[in-house]
Design a protein around this ligand. Structure first.
Ligand code: IPE
Ligand code: IPE
Ligand code: MG
Length: 250
């Protein structure tokens, strides 16, 4: 039986987040320039987006560029930004065909003008799609996101729009870039690294974590399904006991 047909339709994670890692190593391994790894990774993005939409994931968030990635060689940063513009243009068709809405999180105003313009165009062109929401994390850093939330909340307090006592988890959540999204159920990181690298710190509080050695340019639909099957084999307890979970599912 193929992997996809083994997936339990009643237990699909609502929100899947992916740290797409290993492009550089994929290229170096075959004596190619790092940027060719990024180019190759575009096909993996397409496969992952389609696989997620096909099984009914409601929200897919992809880490495409971190606030720390500006520290890379200028040539690599420029290539990544050019690739972003090109891919957004090329993938619009896939998004429309699969009824997927695009959005982006991060400090988008610091992206090169061309990239921002193309991004806003595709966001606008897909705004009525409602099968799945695809979020690109671009110039995204979870710590920056939290700093930004604290600033917004503080301003509201100063302006008497909010009282300090009223701050709760909901208020904080509503001031994060991801405020419209459900919490992350499942986080995948490729390439064998086992770290979070400043991605969605608040949102992954109770996410199931999955690390695979597959390098991002090699990641295909079957790898996504394999990850989902692994997710479905786990028991999410949220602090309760196994017995409690079992009796409530009966
Ligand atoms: C992920 O692949 C892509 C980005 C971070 C933009 P890397 O470029 O980090 O690949 P490795 O980790 O160097 O192999
Ligand atoms: C994380 O990957 C960022 C993205 C995938 C966009 P990195 O390759 O930048 O992470 P570190 O620096 O190895 O932790
Ligand atoms: Mg990396």
């Amino acid at each position: 039986m193929d992997l996809k047909s083994q997936i339990d339709q009643n237990c699909i994670p609502k929100h899947v987040a992916v740290i797409m890692d290993g492009n550089g190593r994929w290229a170096s391994k075959q004596g190619l320039k790092r940027v060719l790894g990024h180019q190759k990774g575009v096909e993996s993005v397409r496969q992952t987006v389609e696989a997620a939409a096909e099984i009914g994931v409601k929200a897919l968030t992809l880490y495409a560029f971190s606030t720390e990635n500006w520290k890379r060689p200028q040539y690599e940063v420029d290539t990544l930004m050019t690739l972003l513009v090109k891919s957004l243009k090329n993938e619009l068709e896939t998004l429309q065909k699969n009824n997927i809405r695009l959005q982006a999180i991060g400090r988008l105003e610091q992206l090169p003008k061309k990239a921002r313009k193309q991004l806003l165009e595709v966001i606008d062109q897909t705004k009525d799609n409602d099968h799945m929401i695809l979020t690109l994390a671009l110039n995204y850093g979870a710590k920056e996101e939290i700093v930004n939330a604290v600033k917004c909340i503080s301003k509201k307090i100063v302006n008497n729009e909010l009282k300090a006592e009223e701050i709760d988890e909901k208020v904080i959540n509503n001031h994060l870039y991801t405020f419209t999204l459900p919490v992350v159920d499942f986080l995948i990181r490729t390439s064998g690294e086992k770290r979070i690298s400043n991605f969605l710190l608040w949102q992954i509080a109770y996410a199931e974590l999955y690390f695979t050695d597959v390098l991002w340019p090699d990641f295909r639909k079957k790898d996504f399904y394999e990850a989902i099957l692994n997710y479905q084999s786990r028991e999410r307890r949220f602090g309760k006991t196994s017995e409690q979970i079992e009796s409530s599912s009966k």
